[in-house]
Write a protein of this length. Structure first.
Length: 208
């Protein structure tokens, strides 16, 4: 789609902004913009204001790094959750994936990435210090490593296992019901739920 195909610079600018989003090509972007143009002015303003408010007011939970409407997310602030068990995930989408299984009732820790030397991402580039602080101060009994079953995920598992082996807690990882190489967010809910329930002690994996 070339510039001379647009009859309006305003339309072109709007299409280009949508096309910056992951997975949105120029044709899809044009379709979305034209759909917005068919809405009432008030509806479009509400649409835009929703994202402005999101960007201005969204918080990251000071306890787990999950997104939240306040300083503490509704999972960490829920007294009914098991606050002695932490499920470690790569990103916010993985929290949603595990929650959708309805098989896990502890709290979370979002690393914000995984160790990937090929991409220049090392231990200092992900949120490990906050996790260690919780382990030191909150009497954590178990850390469940629920990272993608990729080489980078396994590298991160191994690094954190070594780092936290000095603490009196159990470290487990999700069972390999999730196929090797899979991203956690794409696993179906039943498979992921069973992987959480049938989690494996990391001592057993590393001794193989």
């Amino acid at each position: 789609m070339t510039t001379d195909q647009f009859s309006s610079k305003l339309l072109e600018n709007a299409v280009n902004e949508f096309a910056r989003l992951p997975g949105i090509g120029k044709k899809t972007a044009l379709r979305l913009v034209l759909a917005l143009l068919r809405l009432d002015k008030e509806e479009v303003e509400n649409f835009g204001n929703t994202f402005i408010e999101l960007k201005r007011n969204i918080h990251y939970c000071k306890s787990c790094n999950n997104i939240s409407d306040s300083d503490m997310c509704n999972i960490c602030s829920n007294p009914a959750r098991d606050h002695k068990t932490i499920c470690v995930v790569e990103n916010i989408k993985d929290v949603m994936a595990v929650e959708n299984t309805h098989q896990y009732h502890g709290i979370y820790h979002v690393l914000g990435g995984i160790i990937s030397p090929m991409d220049g991402i090392g231990p200092d580039d992900i949120e490990i210090d906050l996790l260690e602080s919780k382990v030191k101060n909150n009497g954590i009994k178990e850390i469940i490593m629920a990272l993608s079953t990729t080489m980078e995920g396994d590298t991160t598992n191994f690094y954190l296992f070594k780092k936290f082996s000095k603490y009196p807690l159990q470290m487990t990882t999700i069972a390999r019901g999730v196929s090797i190489g899979d991203e956690l967010e794409y696993a179906d809910e039943i498979t992921l739920g069973r992987s959480i329930i049938n989690r494996t002690p990391m001592d057993d994996i590393l001794s193989i």
